[in-house]
Ligand binder design. Structure first.
Ligand SMILES: [Zn+2]
Length: 295
């Protein structure tokens, strides 16, 4: 656990609050040795260690833009039951760690949930006097309406997803009932420098958050990919995409967009430095880990 500054994006300092780190290995994603070796030069050391390992990091990002405080993907939360022991009934000093980044819950103006899986909306709420109440009382919680419907009012139209049972009731419904949720349809601007856009595939209503600061740009792209090897081969699956074809298409689009615009890709769970940049070399797109001072 820890709270620290991970990147500069233009004028914004990006901090993270880490809830859980889960060691993983690349062979969980692919056993293609040739592919791994061909990309080791840029994956190592940040995204691949000498034992082919890396951590899946469960964290929230927090930063200021246009004078507003933004928190992206509020993790799993404390005291919530979960079938995976790593996430079950957590007791993490998340709010204290948030404080180390210089922010208090009441400072947060926007909470952006890229989607409504347990690890992206859990700290939406905390338990007080036996009731789940909003953790960030002054924030607008930004969610895609289609994602809200999929997990809430229209959940029975979709297959049950065992890893998300109970999440809507504990982590989503209370902020909607408190009048703090903005359910948006597609692209939506939050401030001149900040906006959300649909990025479907991992879930049907998945969105990304775009930050433009100075001449730097970052795309907080949630679970569009979980390891950068999936940018090289977008067909490498990870567990539980709701629409595998859409998520593959999303990865291709993100790689091309990053290469063409210089935008930094910041998915939810990458180890530090958290971001990937891309550029074109002839017909090929090349990738590298973000430099800490990305400008
Ligand atoms: Zn996730």
């Amino acid at each position: 656990m820890g709270a620290d500054t991970v990147l500069s994006i233009g004028n914004s300092q990006l901090h993270q609050v880490v809830e859980v780190r889960i060691p993983n290995t690349i062979d969980y994603f692919t056993q293609d040795e040739a592919l791994i070796e061909a990309n080791r030069c840029w994956l190592a050391p940040h995204f691949l260690d000498e034992n082919n390992g890396f951590d899946l990091v469960f964290r929230s990002f927090i930063f200021e833009a246009d004078g507003r405080v933004v928190l992206v993907d509020p993790c799993t939360g404390n005291g919530k039951p979960h079938p995976i022991p790593f996430f079950d009934n957590l007791d993490v000093p998340f709010i204290e760690l948030l404080g180390e980044t210089g922010f208090r819950p009441e400072d947060v103006d926007f909470v952006v949930c890229t989607h409504l899986h347990h690890d992206h909306c859990g700290w939406n709420t905390e338990l007080r006097d036996g009731k789940w109440v909003p953790t960030f009382p002054n924030a607008r919680y930004i969610m895609q309406r289609s994602e809200y419907l999929r997990w809430g009012p229209e959940a029975d139209k979709h297959p049950e997803f065992a890893l998300n049972v109970g999440v809507f009731e504990q982590s989503v419904r209370p902020v909607v009932e408190a009048g703090l949720a903005d359910l948006v349809d597609g692209a939506h601007r939050l401030t001149p420098d900040l906006g959300v856009e649909p990025a479907p595939g991992h879930t049907l209503g998945h969105q990304l958050l775009r930050l433009v600061s100075g001449d730097a740009e970052a795309l907080f792209c949630g679970d569009c990919f979980h390891h950068p090897i999936q940018l090289v081969d977008p067909m490498i699956p990870f567990g539980d995409a709701e629409d595998q074809t859409l998520v593959e298409e999303m990865r291709r689009k993100l790689a091309a967009r990053a290469a063409d615009t210089g935008a930094l890709l910041i998915p939810a769970h990458l180890p530090e430095p958290c971001g990937v940049r891309a550029w074109r070399e002839g017909a090929k797109i090349s990738f590298a880990a973000a430099a800490p001072d990305f400008r």
